[in-house]
Design a protein around this ligand. Structure first.
Ligand code: HEM
Length: 395
């Protein structure tokens, strides 16, 4: 006979998780914080304290998942490696992503990109900011950071989507594999061009850093890691931007506060990724028998680390479903934790909190959600807005 929490976990559907995972997470945190969820094919871990604890034990909770679809699509990236193998690749990619380089080198470029995009629609008085600002800006910034000069916003976004769809192709859809394979080939060709250029003339890009590192990466490692950057460094800034813009547009008191004190944009960004974590769930695999949240997990057990849930854990955040930039500061886990803690946090903060949000609201003072369009929100593994139609008085 099933238990109450087993029945609840069995009843969870992917459609419900996609539409709104938060009520499901709330119940799981309360009755089954580590629960086998059949549609996910893994134990979902939903409490803040369990997630922060497991990220401190990477030798037990491994990132090297067996049968990883991400590895099938991208090759063996740093995100699916543990220990020294991971540390070495991370160290090679990391120098251009440090705060000092981001501030001095990347931020002015992000500003130019944001202004150029706003110029392209500011006279019109209406736009879908998801399609015309957030997506292209994140794509353009990421291409620059990687060193993929000349790659279009459209190709970057198409490649990113193909990588993400392939990494989540649990339905084994042959068309999805084919799209991912083609995108992978195109990425490899673009990487080859950059490698040829930066081998001769080093620059501040991530690909250049990987080649000229004291312990350089080989071409297979560079190809795989560029794919993980493209699959994991575009949609999160895009989604955090659109969610933050929407939250500010729909909270007049917050809007007034940030317009009069722009230093608050940083809080807007951090609260937006707490409120709707762009990566809502990521995988781990149990390497040694262990107890977590009252459940004994055997080696090989697959876990879904639900940071989207941890960020709404009521034992850490009061009124967790509300967007509130003045809430007491508590550590959210939208950037993950442990050895795989997001490598792009400073790039993300610069492009969203320091550039995209203040520039947009400064240049278009009367921006408003369009009364005619529909704002749509979806996803649970990756979650964010799908549309953001807005209007303003054209300049
Ligand atoms: C709001 C923006 C972002 C969010 C919320 C975010 C979130 C995350 C999370 C949760 C992880 C850990 C995944 C795991 O452990 O399985 C991660 C890792 C990573 N992120 Fe981000 N990310 C963001 C922006 C970026 C950007 C802009 C870049 C690239 C410039 C980037 C590059 C990476 C890389 C390379 C890793 C893998 C690190 C490793 O395995 O050591 N991220 N990110």
């Amino acid at each position: 006979m099933g238990t109450a929490h087993g029945d609840f976990a069995d009843s969870i559907s992917l459609t419900d998780l996609y539409a709104d995972p938060y009520p499901i997470y709330r119940t799981l945190r309360e009755i089954a914080p580590v629960a086998w969820v059949p549609v996910a094919g893994r134990y979902l871990v939903t409490r803040h304290q369990d997630i922060t604890a497991l990220e401190k034990q990477p030798e037990i909770f491994s990132a090297a998942e067996d049968g990883s679809l991400m590895t099938r699509v991208m090759g063996h990236t740093l995100l699916r490696k543990d220990g020294d193998a991971h540390r070495r690749e991370r160290a090679a990619a990391e120098p251009p992503l440090r705060p000092r380089i981001v501030e001095a080198h990347w931020r002015p470029k992000f500003e130019a990109n944001a202004n150029e995009l706003i110029d392209s629609f500011v006279d019109r008085g209406e736009a879908d900011l998801f399609d015309e600002f957030c997506g292209p800006l994140a794509a353009r910034n990421l291409a620059m950071v990687l060193g993929l000069d000349g790659v279009s916003d459209i190709d970057m976004q198409r490649w990113s989507q193909a990588m993400m769809d392939g990494g989540g192709n649990y339905a084994d859809d042959p068309e999805v594999w084919e799209r991912a394979r083609r995108a992978g080939d195109e990425i490899d060709a673009a990487v080859a061009d950059t490698v040829a250029r930066v081998s001769r003339t080093p620059d501040e890009s991530v690909i250049s850093a990987m080649i000229h590192a004291p312990d350089p990466l080989d071409i297979e490692q560079i190809r795989a890691n560029v794919k993980v950057f493209i699959g994991g460094g575009l949609n999160e800034p895009r989604d955090s931007m659109s969610v933050a813009i929407w939250a500010v547009l729909t909270n007049p008191a917050t809007r007034d506060a940030v317009v009069s004190d722009p230093s608050l944009w940083r809080s807007v960004f951090e609260e937006a990724i707490r409120w709707v974590a762009p990566i809502g769930m990521y995988p781990r695999q149990v390497a040694q028998r262990v107890e977590l949240g009252g459940v004994t997990l055997e080696p090989g057990s697959k876990l879904g680390i639900c940071v989207g849930s941890a960020n709404r854990d009521e034992s850490v955040f009061e009124r967790p479903d509300e967007f509130d930039i003045f809430r007491p500061s508590r550590p959210h886990v939208a950037f993950g934790g442990g050895p795989h803690f997001c490598l792009g946090t400073w790039v993300a903060r610069a492009q969203v909190a320091q550039v995209a949000l203040p520039t947009l609201f400064h240049r278009i003072a009367d921006l408003a959600v369009s009364p005619h369009g529909e704002v749509r929100l979806g996803g649970w593994v990756f979650r964010g807005l799908l549309t953001l139609p807005v209007v303003w008085t054209p300049s």
